[in-house]
Design a binder for this molecule. Structure first.
Ligand SMILES: *Cc1c(COP(=O)(O)O)cnc(C)c1O
Length: 482
């Protein structure tokens, strides 16, 4: 016994290092605070993109202790200064968001206090905050209080949860799979196709519904497809619409789609990961019908400007969700709760989870909703401004966007696609703002996605100056080679 106690005490000396002293904590916080202040203060002047050809080095774990000071230096050089600076307002590629500071503080508080947010019994407070955030989202999108929801890591997992519920509601399994039909737009986010494979629906029939010139689903085509499939003894069960496609920001005609899905008893899913929060703006009318969806996905790490790591799903049919996600294990018996929808673990594949609700709850409580809405309206106007200026510079632009994603290309006289590709290469080399590219109707285009809370009028002016000089430099080089 004495020896056992001796051994434990010896180990304690080492293991105690994990509980750092108040003095060390103060010191750590001071260093991190200085570092983060410097990082944020420099954002307006540093590049938004640094082309990195090699992976970062010096990050391996080798059991040689380093000081926080050293590690912050390595982090700055090898992580922060490489690739896309996603926190920068100059990030106008893919779908940016920025990452508001108070959400990072919420993450810090959640991590230090570490409540167990998966099960109500374990942390009624944390789970209530998760559910308050979900209830707020239900109000924003006019979903009934009886709907269930979950705060997941992002849009991909949120879509996965929704599509699984659609599958289970319609009992798409066994021989039914190859006869069942799903209707998508070609502009749907690829996480939908991924999710279908993951949930065993790889072999369903997918109909890509033709789009109109504004990249929205043609409603008469959808209706005709469903009718044909029914007449051919197939099993249509799901329509996936987008409220803000990733490539062009288009919102499908949700209200009309809802009429078709209702009439034909199909599950109506809306992926609003990017566009959803614009329902809070002057664009509200475009979202008419979203409240009729059976399931809905929204990404607060896009339209609420949070740091990466928060997507949300709302689903009206609880039972369909519980079918896959609720399970009783003996070791969980203390946690049984009458209202299943109360515990996040019953609505998600996750059991233990990061307490994500706090990162939206705290900023909303601190700032109120107005600055968020103003920020979204600002992005819409900046998009209009950017497009107007590009046209003045001789660029062609895509159709007037519903939201804040659009595209443009320079009308080179020959080899338009290849030359626009070279132009984006020049833009990436410059890096003062970051834009991405895409292929739309076989045309190589430069995409702009304005959604970071840090993107301001001055950012767009910087982008315009950079595009202009890239174009000029590029034209000169082209001239030289001829
Ligand atoms: C971003 C996005 C997704 C994927 O979401 P993640 O958070 O990246 O997993 C899905 N759908 C749309 C429309 C998106 O814009």
């Amino acid at each position: 016994m004495q020896e056992l106690i001796q051994q434990i005490k010896q180990l304690e000396e080492l293991s105690n290092q994990l509980e750092v002293s108040e003095f060390e904590r103060e010191n750590t916080l001071k260093q991190v605070s200085a570092y983060t202040n410097q990082f944020i203060n420099q954002l307006p002047v540093v590049k938004a993109f640094n082309e990195a050809s090699k992976p970062s080095c010096g990050l391996e774990i080798n059991n040689i202790k380093k000081s926080l000071h050293q590690l912050l230096e390595i982090y700055q050089k090898e992580v922060v200064e490489k690739g896309i600076i996603a926190a920068s307002g100059g990030h106008l590629g893919y779908i940016p968001g920025g990452g508001i500071f108070n959400a990072s503080i919420a993450d810090f508080l959640a991590a230090v206090t570490n409540p167990y947010a998966g099960i109500f019994y374990a942390s009624p407070g944390a789970v209530t905050i998760e559910n308050e955030v979900i209830d707020w989202l239900k109000k924003v999108f006019d979903f009934p209080k009886s709907a269930v929801g979950n705060l997941a890591s992002g849009g991909s997992i949120s879509n996965l949860i929704a599509l699984t519920a659609a599958r289970d509601k319609h009992q798409i399994k066994n021989e039914k799979i190859t006869k069942s039909v799903i209707y998508l737009s070609v502009q749907v986010h690829h996480c939908i196709q991924k999710a279908l494979r993951i949930i065993g629906l790889e072999d369903v029939i997918i109909r890509y519904v033709e789009l109109d010139e504004k990249h929205k689903m043609k409603i008469d085509v959808l209706e005709q497809l469903v009718e044909n499939d029914k007449a051919n003894n197939l099993n249509p069960f799901l329509v996936v619409a987008s409220a803000g496609t990733t490539d062009t920001g288009a919102i499908d005609p949700l209200d009309e789609i809802a009429t078709i899905t209702k009439k034909n008893k199909l599950w109506f899913h809306v992926d609003a990961a990017y566009g959803g929060f614009f329902i809070l703006t002057s664009k509200k009318a475009l979202f008419k019908g979203i409240e009729k969806a059976d399931s809905l996905v929204i990404d607060p790490h896009k339209g609420m400007f949070l740091p990466y790591g928060l997507g949300a799903v709302l689903i009206k049919d609880k039972e369909a969700v519980f079918h896959s996600n609720h399970y009783l294990a003996n070791y969980m018996q203390d946690a049984q709760n009458d209202d299943l929808s109360y515990s996040p673990a019953n609505v998600s594949p996750e059991l233990t989870k990061h307490f994500r609700g706090l990162r939206l709850w705290l900023p909303l409580q601190l700032h109120g909703i107005e600055p968020f809405v103003a920020c979204l309206e600002e992005k819409l106007l900046l998009t209009t401004y950017f497009r107007k200026k590009l046209v003045e510079m001789g660029f062609n632009v895509g159709p007037t966007p519903d939201l804040s994603v659009s595209y443009f290309w320079y009308p080179f006289k020959e080899n338009e696609n290849e030359q626009n590709k070279l132009l984006i290469d020049a833009i990436h080399k410059d890096g003062s703002v970051f834009l991405s590219s895409s292929i739309i109707n076989e045309k190589f285009v430069i995409r702009m996605a304005i959604l970071s809370f840090r993107t301001k009028l001055s950012t767009i002016d910087r982008a315009l100056t950079m595009i202009k000089s890239s174009l000029e430099k590029y034209k000169k080089e082209l001239f030289k080679t001829r």
